[in-house]
Write a protein that binds this ligand. Structure first.
Ligand SMILES: C[S@@+](CC[C@H](N)C(=O)[O-])C[C@H]1O[C@@H](n2cnc3c(N)ncnc32)[C@H](O)[C@@H]1O
Length: 277
């Protein structure tokens, strides 16, 4: 499975349905009550106060909401995403905000000629971009001198305890399931720093899930990982029902024995400043 495959991305992000489930899972079952997008904004604000912000791969506006909560209505915000469905959803989110705009575009070819943004964010999206260095180069190009580049991602194999159960289930059913592939393996907190054109600072936070019931663990798996695991194992989609039952039993046993099922992860971000001239 390639997480920069354009067919996969068109299906995964044609609407914000799957992304919204993952955001809600973080809000309700995340082990860290602090919102990562607020942490990014507060850290950046301790360095500079922005007039103009670009959010590359903006999705349905998680960073936009945090920016407005922390900074108020003043800074201009532009959200760019390659998915028309995601941009439509973002346009609903920013409706009535005269200082915010949403547009379609590719991170690898940004539609501005001059440096003009004080902050550029690329959150949980670089692992989906075919040419990661080119996308970072584009963000660097449109960043004003003295501006900040901010890029959030996760540890390489987030929630592996939960995803390992999927692989075990597929093996029990007779499929030659390998260890699951994770999007963040292309751009993670562990190796992402090497892609940048200048020294980076890295900020890391706990970001796992603690499930006290089976159903939210299912909803999370159904927002993407379940179908990825089935496709990777070369199993037919019809195994979904049996696999869901297998995972449900395993998660339920752990909740009964320990009170909860912990799926561990870290999330965080890279920060780097473009030299002022
Ligand atoms: C996991 S979502 C993250 C959304 C948002 N940044 C967040 O953190 O909630 C990844 C987003 O990146 C977008 N994306 C993927 N490749 C892109 C590219 N080459 N250019 C622009 N957007 C892209 C997808 O359409 C999707 O909305």
């Amino acid at each position: 499975m390639r997480f920069d495959d354009q067919g996969f991305l068109a299906q995964a992000y044609s609407t914000d349905e799957q992304l919204a489930v993952r955001i809600e899972t973080h809000r309700r079952y995340g082990v860290n009550p602090k919102d990562l997008f607020e942490a990014i904004t507060e850290q950046a604000l301790s360095r500079s106060r922005p007039a103009r912000i670009l959010d590359v791969g903006a999705g349905n506006g998680s960073w936009y909401r945090a920016l407005r909560r922390v900074l108020g209505p003043e800074p201009q915000y532009v959200g760019l995403d390659q998915s028309a469905g995601m941009v439509e959803r973002l346009q609903e989110e920013i409706a009535g905000d005269a200082r915010a705009a949403a547009r379609t575009g590719d991170a690898q070819a940004l539609p501005w000629t001059e440096p003009q943004f004080d902050w550029v964010g690329m959150h949980f999206m670089l692992y989906h971009v075919p040419d990661i260095r080119r996308a970072i180069g584009e963000a660097w190009r449109v960043l004003s001198p003295g501006g900040l580049l901010l890029a959030a991602t996760t540890s390489p194999t987030p929630y592996s305890e939960l995803l390992d159960v999927l692989v075990e289930g597929l093996r029990e059913m007779g499929y030659a399931a390998q260890a699951i592939a994770y999007p963040a393996e292309r751009f993670s907190l562990a190796q992402g720093g090497a892609f940048f054109p200048a020294p980076v600072e890295k900020f890391v936070f706990p970001a796992g899930f603690r499930f006290d019931a089976v159903e939210p663990a299912f909803r999370y798996l159904a927002s993407g990982p379940l179908d990825v695991a089935i496709a990777q194992a070369g199993a037919p989609p019809a195994v979904r029902g049996d696999l869901v039952r297998y995972v449900g039993e395993r998660v339920a046993v752990e909740i009964a024995q320990r009170g909860s099922f912990l799926a561990s992860a870290q999330s965080g971000f890279f920060l780097l400043a473009k030299p002022a001239v």
